[in-house]
Design a protein around this ligand. Structure first.
Ligand SMILES: [Zn+2]
Length: 444
């Protein structure tokens, strides 16, 4: 985490270093670690359980920095404040004596939403999806091409199957499509840098919430243009092919994903050297959780190339809370059954905002009566994402995932059940993160 200059000296410093050393380091640039992993914690109770998973990974000899992320959208839905994410993370870091890197991500922010995140975040995911496809002015495109004659013709990039071949009009087309997004990213970057100091921020540009994946030539043009504007981004989140549905596995062509992922790694490594972008610039994969079929592909590519990666998940920690409450039995199980029955009754309303990121076959949702007859273990098995478990039900899992508003509505009752059943809930959260996410991605 950045050492916030505006905060009191009681702030937790990276452990193992004295205050004197740390204060000297305030002048150094904040650098994102090679491996980092974004976690969400909708209700703000699982930071310690999450951190335990990173601690277990570190004990295996693999360091990955936890990045607690919560988007402006999610804060708005839940009614939480960005400061709460820093508070929860800081408390967990202190309680566990975590002495390695950690960060707080202002996720998917824009110029009009970033301000309330600036004091309590050190990682900023600048979302420019809305600016993609606004055509740049001809003069701007012309100026870009004049600055970058090297992009016209053949560009040989180590790690790409074939050299890139772009005509002048190809470069013009790509520049016209992406320069407004790059300018947008650069202006948000400058806005944050002016308030926080460039050395105290990690910036990411995200282009994932758009229609089409960026091709290797597009990525190269984007990176060249970011370098022109001195936007020193440390991660970039392109869109990948396929469906990244919430809370379940990837649906798409694994071979094509692997090709895109490897091509992107090659283009980034090239652009870092060619355009002087930060040496640690890496891919960010906004995969959401549970993309089990992609993890071996990512893990292989990282091991082969030595590249880093940021993998961003978010909301499914709350599903582990439900699984823990179900396993706990008693009042916890009762509440999970109630939430399921309410979700079933409001399925249209709850699913509507997520239509493009869920695939629920309603015929395969068990009735409320059926679920009411289940034991805690049976319900936990239906929701827990173990794909080959005979009782796993991806339809019920996805429905519950989009029903977090119902838990929010249960309010104090939900939160006090989490507290009463902390041990069993935390076990689910830690195991899910460590066993099903961190190990498969980073331990190869
Ligand atoms: Zn995203």
């Amino acid at each position: 985490m950045a050492i916030f200059q505006s905060q009191p000296s009681s702030i937790i410093l990276p452990a193992g270093r004295s205050n004197v050393i740390a204060s000297k380091q305030m002048k150094m640039k904040l650098t994102l670690e090679r491996f980092s992993f974004g976690v969400g914690d909708r209700f703000g109770h699982q930071a310690r359980a999450q951190l335990r998973a990173f601690e277990m990974l570190a004990r295996d000899g693999i360091d990955a920095a936890p990045v607690w992320n919560k988007s402006n959208r999610e804060h708005t839905l839940i009614g939480s404040e960005p400061q709460s994410v820093l508070d929860a993370a800081q408390a967990a870091v202190k309680a566990m004596g975590w002495n390695k890197g950690w960060h707080v991500d202002a996720d998917h922010i824009r110029l009009e939403t970033v301000d309330r995140f600036i004091a309590c975040s050190d990682f900023f995911t600048i979302d420019v999806a809305d600016s993609i496809g606004k055509r740049a002015a001809a003069a701007e495109v012309g100026a870009f091409i004049d600055r970058h004659p090297e992009l016209v013709g053949t560009v040989s990039i180590a790690g790409l199957g074939a050299p890139l071949l772009m005509t002048r009009s190809d470069v013009e087309g790509v520049a016209a499509k992406y320069l407004p997004a790059v300018e947008d990213a650069a202006s948000v970057y400058r806005h944050i840098a002016a308030r926080k100091g460039e050395g105290n921020m990690i910036a990411e540009v995200s282009m994932d919430e758009t229609d089409a994946p960026q091709t290797p030539p597009e990525l190269l043009v984007i990176l060249a243009a970011l370098a022109d504007r001195k936007a020193r981004v440390q991660t970039i989140a392109p869109k990948f092919t396929g469906r990244f549905n919430k809370a379940v596995d990837y649906v798409g062509d694994l071979g094509r994903f692997e090709q895109e992922f490897n091509d992107d790694l090659a283009v980034i490594a090239y652009a870092v050297a060619r355009y002087g972008l930060p040496a640690n610039l890496k891919l960010s994969i906004h995969s959401g959780s549970d993309k089990f079929s992609l993890y071996p592909i990512i893990g292989r590519a990282l091991a082969r190339t030595g590249a880093g990666a940021h993998v961003k998940t978010a909301g499914t920690t709350w599903l582990e809370e439900l699984i823990g409450l179900a396993e706990a039995g008693g009042d916890g199980l009762e509440l999970v059954k109630e939430i399921y029955a309410q979700a079933l009754a409001r399925v249209d309303e709850l699913c509507a905002p997520y239509a493009s990121v869920i695939d629920i076959d309603r015929a395969r949702l068990p009735s409320a009566g059926t679920v009411n007859g289940w034991s805690g273990a049976r319900l936990a098995n239906a929701l827990r994402h173990v794909p080959n478990h005979p009782e796993f039900n991806p339809h019920a899992r996805q429905l519950m995932h989009v029903s977090f508003k119902l838990a929010a509505k249960a309010g104090a009752r939900y939160l006090s059940l989490l507290q009463e059943n902390e041990a069993v809930v935390a076990k689910q959260v830690t195991e899910n993160l460590y066993r099903r996410h961190l190990r498969p991605i980073f331990a190869g």
